[in-house]
Unconditional design. Structure first.
Length: 104
């Protein structure tokens, strides 16, 4: 396995997961609609998604309250990088970041 990256995005409008491997999008899906996943290998993480109790087939009523935590656990499994709660419990960086570029 080469370079692996995962992203979990949670806003007031959407909650999404994406996993890339060697610069290629492997799978991406909304935490509300796993059945609408896309990517080069959209089922690669299906076993992990099922193990984590995410709504795989959309046949459950409602959604888990802790779906972002489950998505973070999926990101850990997909990349092999342990995410301690100290890292993701901090306030998120929001707003423009162009001014933070040290090479401008």
């Amino acid at each position: 396995m080469g370079c692996s990256a995962a992203a979990v995005s949670a806003t007031t409008k959407n909650e999404d997961f994406a996993h890339c491997l060697d610069g290629r999008l492997v799978t991406t899906f909304s935490l509300y609609f796993y059945s609408l996943r896309e990517g080069a290998d959209p089922d690669r993480l299906r076993t992990d998604v099922e193990d984590l109790g995410m709504n795989v087939d959309g046949d459950r009523v409602g959604f888990p309250e802790d779906r972002v935590s489950r998505a973070l656990a999926l990101a850990e499994r997909a990349t092999g990088v342990h995410l301690s709660s100290m890292r993701y419990a901090e306030p998120a960086l929001i707003g423009p970041t162009d001014h933070l570029d040290p090479y401008r």
